[in-house]
Design a protein around this ligand. Sequence first.
Ligand code: URA
Length: 213
Amino acid sequence: MHALHDLLTVVDHPLVQHKLTLMRDKGASSAEFRRLLHEITLLLAYEITSEMPMTTRAIETPLEEMDAPILAGKKLAVVSILRAGNGMLDGVLQLVPSARVGFIGLYRDEETLKPVQYYFKVPEGMNDRMVIVVDPMLATGNSSAAAIDLLKQAGASDIRFLCLLAAPEGVERMREAHPDVPIVTASLDRGLNSKGYIMPGLGDAGDRMFGTK
Ligand code: URA
């Protein structure tokens, strides 16, 4: 584990790596795939929230008064990049139930090959929130970089990116476009194939979690 101020943190915890292997296997059912993604997200979210700002609150235990640590500032925002990001949403919300939730939908224009926004809805006050963007696959990085452009336009400045797998190409793209956004992932895979799939990867994350192929 590297500290989060590095751009890339690979969580090599044995439970994360074991569950990831089960997910990569093409024999995993959609139900297993979703369950494992949820479980891994809990562990990755634990890491990505490790530097949340804290304050103290005066409370009384049954024995005495104390100033006890508590999260500070506005509630966290978790932003799902549709549609595969939705597979990681509940994991983050289970750890931080009070988080606000946003969604970003992007498609690729077949002529310009650039990501085009078709849906954007995020909580108010983004400038005061820690924002965790979730998308299982950081492949070319084009849609992730575009999503973060949109979040910055909405005022967000404390943004982190949570993914299951990252390709070196995507990490590089993010490093160029958004060097201020730390990335937490379960694995840095070998690279992209000619169709833009992460290798060895796990295939199309959306199709595998929703059974659409
Ligand atoms: N998106 C996916 O779902 N899988 C990949 O391998 C790359 C992008």
